[in-house]
Write a protein that binds this ligand. Structure first.
Ligand code: CO6
Length: 478
């Protein structure tokens, strides 16, 4: 009960359910008589989402269900949600198997109401709650799920993205120790399992280098055969190796489906790219100086808060880069808020939560928000509020590696940037001496229908100036 109510108080529910009577087909906002079977529907979840993947059933047919008891865990394009019952009765039918895509407005389960029960309006209490936000969701633990599972599928608690990785590597997820909430198996767990697997322990292939000029090591006999050429000479032919495993078809689900939709839409937009290198010596030094202060306040301070604040300051001079375009491209909507999206590598896959109103936040507050989003992302608990409403996106691919990128827009936004890794590289100083310098490459993409290259370059120069002289930010901060 507390889980359901707690979540409602937060008002971050990405899904809501309605009920309707089974036989008469009217909506359950009408009072139903006791002993009646009702259908518990998946309601319109907004955001254009028409279906959610069933990750897990907490009940099976014939089970008794109490009010507020979790029924199922679903995954929309945006978040994981737990559907809870507001009725007491018996589950008479489960409409989907684990892995199925439950359609909005169609029944999830049928419930035969207890004699004392009536189908009251499908108000807030019947709404499914984000599973991860529920503090009393002991039923969602993998161990209990196995006992209450409907038997449609395995009881392992994880996300479609992780299941995909497991599948691709032929890993039995039930053998992987989950370190996420309630034993949820995270991407890291699968990767750690892979590293610890006997396959991963196989020695990497050794490639011997010639030890002396001309002393080329012979080809390993297992991969070559010697054959006679038409001219009568001998040639080495690479023997066909035995193929391990077969081709597999994997359905595109969850966050990956969202990526298909967004990126297909983005591909309709003519992009142009613009890149520059930023000397970030001063920013690196400033971050190193302030990091322990932030740490003492319980906040991890990376470079991103400086970079994001500099973006917001530069956007004040070039607001068209923080705009969106309407459907028929007849209007540009200049956004008042700088809601800066940050591409995040999470166990669920790539998601882009945004930091709201960066224009009024201090660098410390941006760091606090980024910490919060990173924590929620890692736990798979980012909700609709954090994942929608972005106005501009930045991807720090440099954390993973790489220098240059060609980012693709997140429609209806008109600008996106990607940051490469900060590297110490030789550069000339003003006296012509070669000095070690911290360099970061920024790669921008913009909607060329409404943004021109000069605007992009001017914005980038101003942003670069803030990062190369971070004290200059003080002049323009509110
Ligand atoms: N260079 C060098 N070091 C870096 C960099 C760069 N660019 N960025 C962060 N760091 C450091 C950072 O300062 C931390 O070091 P310490 O503070 O000394 O511990 C460390 O790396 C880890 O940083 P962390 O990830 O914790 O924090 P940060 O605020 O920098 O980044 C994040 C937050 C959410 C952006 C990041 O964690 C993340 O998930 N990045 C991956 C984003 C991603 O997958 N992007 C791909 C999108 S698709 O871009 C795309 C165009 C295509 C290719």
């Amino acid at each position: 009960m507390t889980g359901c109510r707690g979540v409602l108080a937060k008002e971050t529910i990405p899904l809501s359910a309605t009920i309707s009577t089974a036989r008469r087909g009217f909506h359950a906002t009408r009072v139903a008589s006791s002993g009646q079977t009702i259908q518990f529907n998946l309601a319109d979840v907004g955001e254009g989402i028409t279906e959610c993947e069933v990750l897990k059933w907490h009940v099976k047919e014939g089970d008794r269900i109490e009010e507020f008891q979790p029924i199922a865990e679903l995954q929309s394009d945006k978040a994981n949600v737990e559907v809870t019952s507001r009725y007491t009765g018996k589950i008479t039918k489960i409409h989907y198997a684990v892995g199925d895509l439950a359609k909005v407005h169609t029944p999830l389960v049928d419930i035969l109401l207890d004699a004392s029960e009536s189908a009251a309006p499908a108000a807030a209490a019947a709404a499914p709650s984000p599973s991860s936000s529920s503090s009393s969701s002991s039923q969602s633990s993998p161990s209990s799920s196995s006992s209450s599972s409907s038997g449609h599928s395995g009881p392992v608690l994880t996300t479609p993205a992780v299941r995909r990785i497991a599948k691709e590597n032929s890993i039995d997820l039930s053998k992987v120790a989950g370190t996420g909430r309630d034993g949820r198996v995270l991407k890291e767990d699968v990767l750690a399992y892979l590293e610890g697997s006997p396959l991963a322990h196989q020695a990497p292939p050794q490639f011997a280098l010639p030890t002396a000029a001309g002393a080329v090591p012979p080809l390993p006999p297992s991969v070559t055969t010697t054959t006679t050429t038409e001219a009568g000479g001998l040639a080495h032919v690479v023997a066909r190796k035995a193929v391990v495993g077969a081709d597999r078809e994997v359905e595109i689900r969850g966050l990956q489906r969202a990526m298909v939709k967004t990126m297909t839409a983005a591909n309709q937009i003519p992009h142009f790219g613009y890149s520059d290198e930023i000397v970030v010596d001063q920013m690196v030094a400033l971050r190193d100086e302030l990091k322990p202060i932030a740490e003492a306040r319980g906040v991890k301070l990376s470079y991103m808060p400086f970079i994001l604040k500099a973006i917001s300051l530069a956007l004040k001079s070039y607001p068209v880069l923080n705009s969106s375009v309407n459907a028929d491209v007849s209007k540009i909507i200049y956004k008042a808020s700088h809601n800066l999206g940050v591409a995040m590598d999470t166990p669920q896959g790539l998601i882009v939560p945004n930091i709201k109103d960066v224009q009024v936040l201090t660098i410390f507050e941006i760091a606090q928000e980024l910490n919060r989003l990173q924590r929620l992302g890692k736990e798979g608990r980012l909700g609709k509020e954090d994942l929608t409403g972005g106005t501009f996106t930045l991807s720090n691919i440099g954390v993973i590696g790489g220098t240059y990128a060609k980012p693709v827009l997140m429609p209806p936004e008109v600008t996106i940037g990607a940051l490469g890794k900060i590297q110490k590289l030789p550069r000339f100083d003003e006296r012509g001496n070669v000095v070690p310098t911290h360099i970061m490459i920024a790669s921008w993409s913009a909607d060329h229908r409404v943004i021109d290259g000069a605007t992009m370059a001017n914005f980038s120069n101003l942003w670069k100036n803030y990062l190369e002289n971070p004290k200059a930010m003080l002049m323009d901060m509110q």
